[in-house]
Design a binder for this molecule. Sequence first.
Ligand SMILES: O=C(O)CCC(=O)C(=O)O
Length: 274
Amino acid sequence: MPCDMNNKHAMKLTAAELAHYEEHGFVVRRDVFDRQECGVFRSAAQRVEATMLALADGAEHSSRCADYRLDGNRFVDIEHVTVQFEHGANARQLRVVEPVNDVEPVFDRLIDDARLCEPMRQLVPSDRLGLWTAKLNLKHPRVGSDFGWHQDAPYWIHDSDHVDKLPNVMVMFDDATCSNGCFRVIDGSHKAGCLPGCDDGRQLAGFYTHPDAFDEDAQVLIECPAGSVVFFDPHIVHGSGVNASVLPRRAMIITYQPSGFATLKSGTIRNVGE
Ligand SMILES: O=C(O)CCC(=O)C(=O)O
């Protein structure tokens, strides 16, 4: 049932949802955003992609941009905004834009939505919230690549001294299924803290969780309809498969923190819901 927008208390996680989050490292809520809102998010995602592709195309002529490859995959920094291209030598589709709230007002407003903030006040936990980062993750039909098993905390450990207070929420703009590369987690893996990374020679190897450090059989595939949200712990091992389908799988992942701290990439403070 859709949330009652006038009742902030009703948006809070219930005791059962909180217990699930503590025990498993994630909790899923369905029907948080309605069909019309998901349509607005999908249009905004298309705008972001068109804008960032045009900027990336001009990157080589701009001193404000850096165009580089990591493990063979293309990244372009446009000032503090990083654009990741889909994998494959000449891929023209985008995979990730971060921080996406700085390029699209629809996504900046979403950060302040009480349906996300009220649960986040419980999970950070803090009555006053700030933004840590916000990513648009696009998985185009047939070309959307996988996200290898990883934890987020090791990415952030050098930029934050409170990585345990950086919970995430993923907002699904499309139905997410096994065939279009739905999000997946290793149940309970958040309890182990920072796990060792891989050491196989890839430039980013250390950011992928070593396969000996977790039990892949404990994975939970989070198939859920558009408008669902998944709250997940910064230490949970997670990832997703390729999009082998003809349908897109688009989502935004927002990471909150206590208020008053700088965001990950711009270094400015972006307090939430004030
Ligand atoms: O979009 C996905 O399926 C997973 C993304 C992810 O794991 C991440 O951005 O850290």
